[in-house]
Structure formats: structure tokens, C-alpha cells
Design a protein around this ligand. Sequence first.
Ligand code: FES
Ligand SMILES: [Fe+2]
Length: 374
Amino acid sequence: MAQFATDQVVIQRIFDHIDGQTTDVGDAVWREPVTNYTCPQRFAEEMALFRRIPLLFCPSSALTHPGDYVARKSAGRPVVVLRDKTGKLRGFHNVCRHRGKQLLQGEGCTKAIVCGYHGWAYQLDGTLQYVPHEEGFPDLDKSTHGLVPIKVFEQDGLVFICQEQPLADDTLATLPPILSPEQVLFASNEAVADVNWKINMEATLEGYHIKPTHKETFYPYGYDNLNVVEAAGPHIRVTFPFQRIEKLRSIPAPQRDISGCVTYAHHIFPNATIAVLSKHTVMVISEPEAPGRTRFVTYRLANADMSGKDNETSVKRDADFVADTGGREDAAVVREIQAGLASPANTHFTYGQYEKGIVHFHKTLTDMLARCGY
Ligand code: FES
Ligand SMILES: [Fe+2]
């Protein structure tokens, strides 16, 4: 099982960087063609890849009870994941087998899946159960007109889907556990922005921008260009320390508790991030809709039992602070980069050794596209 470094090792690496005025550095500089953010052909290839690797879809805690479902477009196609009556997770193409209407919308809980157009009804296992006025379809074989399944994987509190035959690389085998079992979902929302999915992703994968971009928000609590960056297969963890980590220096290493002293920002390849902050965890799944448009699906989970010391109010205050301050600053930068894609000034963007997480992302994406024949 793949693992990231232990908290104790991360703490020591951060102290070494503070003392040496260093940070983790990559061994390569990457030049990414600007057209890869705008080209419809490249976008179509990325979506073809998305259908052949497990994509993070939602936390398990969004699908707790029998009948719970989450429906949305993934890699350009409507899909639904639900928990059936036996507790098993199932995924389907979310289109009716009669004339293709989408069946379920958003999140909810249902006993059966009934098409709103002509009333064909499916069981939660996908079986076509009922066709109104069935005598009008004399040759219909209901057993071959159930919902078409997609693969669903559940691992360490995360739900993944894969629409087509997966590539040989098992991207889940290298993903270390990130959530702890006691983490509960307390909010979710969706927003669409006119930006390329990769530009937004990159904003979370390096700490080189913390001082100039977040001068009065995150930086006063953190450091300039000081991160621990780890890869686990195609996935990444970037550790952003807070200055309050200094209080751990006087505590013997085995007893140091890192919670509240760092943000662990994970990139789950290819299109999801999970940031473990002081009191809560934010999962953002980027669902690309076009080269210049992305739907962001956000899930917020409390880090501890919300009825306990980290009560609902303090967790929400923590969440609002991040979203309203540094989060806005990042979003503004991403919009400006998107607007600049039309400029002829850059043929390539250059990612340096302090942006090693992004270099890893582009290298992995390029390699995987090549394995798909692109
Ligand atoms: S399209 Fe679903 S019942 Fe006709
Ligand atoms: Fe940022």
C-alpha cells in the first residue's frame, strides 16, 4: 500500500526547510504548450482518458443510505452513482433505455428510478421493472434494457467511477488513505466557471505563489515558498505549513500532533483535490465541460465529530475564511490566466523546480495520453 510520509517526518522536513531557508525542489523544468489549454482536439483526448481511469466522484458519506444517489456529468456524459437496497454501490449511464432522457438529477434518495418522460421504471440494481402500456412494445426484451452499468470503486471513504475499460495502470493502488472514518460531510455545492480545468488545478499544487498572491490572507500565517511535495503514483501531496508549527519544536518528535499546523493539499489524479485544513476538509472535483468551462463540485467534511470540540460553527467559520479570502484570490488569478490564453505572448508556460507538483501532473497526463495513443 502506497503511503505518504508520516506526520513526524513531514514536521522534521519542515523544520529543516525553515532552518535552512530551503524548500522541496523538483529535478526538472516543464514547458507546457499554451494550446493544450484551449485546443478542442486536446480536450477531447483528455476526456477520452478521463473515461479510462478511475475518477473521484464523491465521498462515501454522500451515499450513506440505500437509495442515496449522486447524478451529474462526468467526462461529458451523464452518470449516476447510487447505493442499492443491499448497500452495494452501483454506477450507471444516467440515460433511459427508451429514448434517452436523463433519469436522475443532482443528489437525493429514491426507492426506484422512474423516467419522467414516459414512465419506464428501473430498480436500484438497474433492472428495467415496469413499462407503461407494455403491449405497445411487442418485442421488447426487458432483460436487455436495464440501465447500462459503469464501474464503481470505493476506497478509504472515497467513491470513484470508471466509464470504460480502465487503462492498465491502477491509479487507485498507489493512492494512500486520505480521509479518516470519523469525517462527516456537512456541505456540498456546485459552481461553473469559464476556466480550463487544469489552470484551476495548478493553483493548488504549489506554494511558490503564497507570498505575492496571498500577502494579507494566508501568508501572514504561513511561509514564503516552503513546502513538502510528495508523489504517490500519479497523485501528489503538497504540505503547506503554518508558522504555528514552531510550537512543536519543544515537543519530543513521537508526540508531535500536526493537526492545525499544516494544510495537506492532495491532488487525486487527474481532476480532484482534497485539502485537509485545520478543522475541515475540502474536496473539489473539476468536471470539465469545454476547454474553457469547468463545473466545480465541492464537498466539505468536518475533520472531527462536529458535535464535539470542533462544533459546527467553528468548522463553518474556518470554511468561510478560506473560501472568502485566499480562495477568492486564487479564483481571480485563474480567471486572469484564462483571459490571457488568447494572447500570443506565450507559446509555452514554464513550470520551475519550485512547482514540482505541477510538473508531475503534466508529465503524468502527457504519459497517460500517450498510452491512449494520443
Ligand atoms: S425516454 Fe424514458 S420512458 Fe421514454
Ligand atoms: Fe493560492
